[in-house]
Design a protein around this ligand. Structure first.
Ligand code: OFO
Length: 164
């Protein structure tokens, strides 16, 4: 059985994952408005992944006999100064999520909740990937600049992302 404190922390994390999903869909909408279909495609897949993260926590809380309580999701940012600025936000957000997962893990350690520690290991690994892919795109954007050919090529590259 999950402790009340851990159940609350997991419900908070479900909210953060749904917010991530909502934020990336908002970023996809921005990309569509900028005529960058490859960016939009990448962000929509990311949005689906985030939904999957939320549902992984949802399933886990239920499996442990806990109670899922969904929380309000705030309005995500809709406009960005540029695609680079948007990817700076992606990276910042992923770093925020990593910190949040780490805090959850610390809580599970303190409570000697081994099952939650094992479940969170998947997320700890996932966050390494999430930060790496955001920072790779951000670095490319910074190097290539945001004009013409280079941006178009990056957009084409992002269009090829498959579901991982
Ligand atoms: Fe982007 O990893 Fe979940 O939130």
């Amino acid at each position: 059985m999950l402790s009340k404190a851990l159940q609350k922390a997991l419900n908070d994390q479900i909210q953060k994952e749904f917010y991530s999903s909502y934020l990336y869909l908002s970023m996809a909408a921005y990309a569509e408005s900028m005529n960058l279909p490859g960016f939009a495609h990448w962000l929509k897949l990311q949005q689906q992944e985030e939904h999957g993260h939320a549902m992984k926590f949802y399933k886990y809380v239920n499996e442990r006999g806990g109670r899922v309580e969904l929380q309000a999701i705030e309005q995500p940012q809709a406009e960005f100064p540029s695609p680079t600025a948007m990817f700076e936000e992606v990276l910042k957000h992923e770093q925020f999520i990593t910190a949040s997962i780490n805090k959850l893990y610390e809580k599970a350690l303190k409570e000697n909740d081994y099952a939650t520690q094992v479940m969170l290991q998947w997320f700890i690994e996932e966050q390494v990937e999430e930060e790496a892919s955001a920072s790779e795109i951000l670095e490319t954007l910074k190097m290539a600049g945001e004009k013409g050919q280079a941006l178009l090529m990056l957009d084409r590259q992002l269009a090829r992302r498959g579901m991982n």
